[in-house]
Design a protein around this ligand. Sequence first.
Ligand code: NAP
Length: 332
Amino acid sequence: MKAVQVSTLNGLKKLYLSEVPRCNIMEQSSVLIKTISIGVNRMDIMQREGRYPVPQGASQILGVEASGYVQESTSEKFKIGDKVMTLVSGGAYSEYIVAPDCHCMKIPEGISFNEAASIPENWLTSYQLLNFIAKIKSGDSVLIHAAASGIGCAAIQLCKFANAREIIATSRSQSKLDMCKSLGATHCITISDSNNFSKMILDATQGRGVDILLDPIGSSYFKENISCCALDARWVLYGMMGGSNTTINLAQLFSKRISFHTTTLRSRSFSYRTSLIRHFSENCLNQFQDGSFKAVVDQVFSWQFAQDAHSYMEKNSNIGKIILKTGSFSEN
Ligand SMILES: NC(=O)c1ccc[n+]([C@@H]2O[C@H](COP(=O)([O-])OP(=O)(O)OC[C@H]3O[C@@H](n4cnc5c(N)ncnc54)[C@H](OP(=O)(O)O)[C@@H]3O)[C@@H](O)[C@H]2O)c1
C-alpha cells in the first residue's frame, strides 16, 4: 500500500509518498479502512521532526485520524462499504488503516469525507477538555486561545452548545476572528506583543474573569492568563506553542483557587479513548447532521504534497483544519 514517509535531506526532514507493506486485520471487532481523507495535526509536524515520542505499540507512520470506506470487517457494528471516521494512535497517513470498531464513528449524513477527517482529533480533544476535564456548565465564561485553530473552531461550537455565557476567542491574526464570531464567539480579541489581553478579558466579563481557560500556548501567555481567571477557574493546558518555561508567583494561583490541569489525548488508554468516543458520538454526531455543528476545513492538499500541507500549518496560515486527500478530489 502507499503511505507518506519521512526522509532526511540536507538535515531537513521531508515527507514523500512511497510503498510500504499493507496492514491486515488481526483482531475481532476491527475494520480495515480504505482512507479517502486524512487530518493534519501539529503533532504530525513534531513527529516528522523527531520531536514527538510515538506511543508504545503505535505505527511509526504519521497521522492519528482519517475517514474512508470500510473495506474488510470483523465487526458487528460496521459492514463493508460503510463510511467511517476514526481516531487511531498512529498510521493514518496510509492508503489503508486498521482500527478497532469502538474507535470508529459512522460519518453523519451530509458530511463529506474531508469534513469527517477533520472531526476526530480536534473535536474529541475539545470535547474532552470542556466536558471531561473543565466540566463546563451552563453560564460559564470560557476563554479560548488560538480560537481559529482546528481545536478552537470545535471548542467555540461546543461552548455555545453547552450554553456558555461568554465565549471569548483570541488570535494573533485579526483576520481569523471573523470565523470565530460566525461560529458563536461572543467576544473576539486580537493579541499582540504590545497589548495586555487580560484587561480586555476582564472588560468582557464585567471584571469577573473566566471560569474556563483553554490554553494551547503555555509560557508566553502564562502571567496574563492568571489575571484572566475568575475565582475557582479551571485552566486546561493542552499545548505549549508559546514555550514551556515560566516563573510564576504561586500565590496568584492560590488566591483565586485556580485548578490547573494538563492533558494529552494520544497517550490516553484504550478504554479512556473508547469512553470519550462513545460520549462524543452519543452527544454530538446528530448536531453535525442537523447543521448545528460545522466541521471547518481550510485547505485540502493531495497527499503527494503532504510536505506543503505541513509547511502551511507551520506558517500558522490555517483557519480550522488542513486535510490530505489520498485519491481524486471529486470524492469528497
Ligand atoms: N493535548 C492534546 O490532547 C492535544 C490534542 C490535539 C492538539 N493539541 C495541541 O493543540 C495545539 C493546537 O492544535 P490545532 O490542531 O488546533 O492547531 P492549528 O489548527 O494548527 O492552529 C494553531 C494556531 O495557534 C496559533 N499559534 C501558533 N503558535 C503560537 C504562539 N507561539 N503563540 C500564540 N498563538 C500561536 C496560530 O494562530 P493565530 O494566527 O491565531 O495566532 C496557529 O494557527 C497544538 O499545540 C497541538 O499540538 C493538543
